[in-house]
Design a protein around this ligand. Structure first.
Ligand code: ATP
Ligand code: LTN
Length: 334
């Protein structure tokens, strides 16, 4: 707890161009949680280097992501928006937690298996220990809740296991965090293969709507979206392409999928695709404008980066010092 509020932590990697899936599945929910919780939203640049990055591109994307958090509607006075690499406690706690995590546990992580298959030429120790750094992120702030997509649940489970293990050995140290899965937009699928999630690392750019795509590109991608030959607009698993379009439409329109079905009942797939394209373009247009405005205001963004890193550091160091003391590191002499 901070004051009378529960603590919330989440983060996103600054790798690739963010998609509509990232926005509807994560960012949009983050905004609505800032009233109820004391929120820390991190740009996890240290996680990004588990895959080789071009330095200039990483730096540019990390800043663009932080700006996007604000453009999406997160008030940086209310929620703490910062870079993971600006708070050294993340890496320090991760090292300590590495020593309380078993190889066997990490070996079971499906993301590690997927990513090491994808980057067979660079299966580094950081990629293997990725979930421990994520555990450190969360536990440093004594987070109660962690909004994540379904794909990250396994990492949250291991975070809880590590925290419980540590608490059992040394007494109450960490809050045990709960996952928070948003109701709408939890899993947006690829427009080209509705069995696969929309992902920023997809090789086929037509499967994903990027947040910076212009209106014509968005409309064109939806027009080409893979559907089926049922010729009936229904919200059911047997029609994953149509289901996905209805999910996207309802998330953007603030309606339930059932309401969307009613709205389109008796109409053709072409009309549905056009309407989804329009509403997505209308949703992204103000976001893009705001990103452009904020990017131009260097002094404002720099001040947020500085102030929020200091705030995050204060809370993070409090937990780190407690941990260091419990495990027997010598006290600092002041
Ligand atoms: P990558 O392709 O690099 O693995 P990604 O697009 O899957 O990236 P992440 O950086 O892993 O995205 O995820 C950032 C956040 O966005 C997470 O909370 C994740 O659950 C959410 N998210 C990602 N893709 C989707 C999707 N298609 N639908 C809903 N939420 C998503
Ligand atoms: N692994 C997450 C990003 C991430 C995260 C976190 C999410 C890093 N640290 C802590 C929630 C809490 C991802 O790839 N989506």
């Amino acid at each position: 707890m901070i004051g009378d509020k529960k603590v919330l932590f989440s983060g996103m990697q600054a790798t690739g161009n963010l998609t509509l899936g990232n926005y509807l599945g994560a960012l949009k929910n983050w905004v609505s949680l800032t009233d109820e919780y004391e929120c820390f939203y991190c740009v996890v640049d240290e996680h990004s280097i588990t895959v080789r990055q071009d330095p200039a591109t990483l730096r540019k994307r990390a800043r663009a992501l932080l700006i996007l958090y604000i453009a999406a509607g997160i008030d940086p006075e209310k929620a703490c928006l910062y870079y993971q690499s600006h708070v050294s406690a993340h890496a320090e706690l991760a090292w300590i937690l590495d020593c309380y995590t078993y190889m066997g546990e990490m070996n079971r992580m499906t993301q590690f298996k997927d990513k090491s298959a994808k980057h067979a030429d660079n299966i580094n120790v950081g990629l293997f220990a990725y979930p421990v750094l994520m555990a450190a992120d969360i536990l440093l702030y004594q987070a109660d809740v962690v909004p994540v997509g379904i794909d990250q649940l396994q990492h949250l489970e291991i975070t809880r296991d590590i925290a419980e293990r540590f608490n059992n050995i040394y007494g109450q140290t960490f809050t045990i965090p709960e996952a928070y899965i948003g109701k709408v937009g939890a899993k947006i699928m690829s427009l080209q293969d509705p069995a696969k999630k929309m992902s920023k690392s997809d090789e086929n750019p037509n499967g994903s709507i990027y947040l910076m795509d212009d209106r014509d590109t968005i409309i064109r991608k939806f027009r080409r979206a893979v559907t089926d030959s049922e010729a009936c607009i229904a919200y059911r698993d047997e029609q994953p392409g149509i289901k996905n379009l209805l999910d996207i439409y309802s998330a953007c329109a603030g309606k339930t999928p059932e309401e969307a079905v009613q709205e389109f009942s008796g109409r053709g797939y072409g009309e549905l695709k056009a309407a989804v394209g329009e509403i997505v373009a209308d949703t992204l247009d103000p976001l893009q404008k705001r990103c452009a405005e904020l990017s131009a205001d260097k002094a404002y963004i720099d001040s947020i980066i500085k102030n929020n890193a200091e705030k995050a550091e204060w809370y993070a160091n409090k937990t780190l010092r407690k941990v260091q003391k419990k495990i027997g590191f010598p006290e600092r002499i002041r």
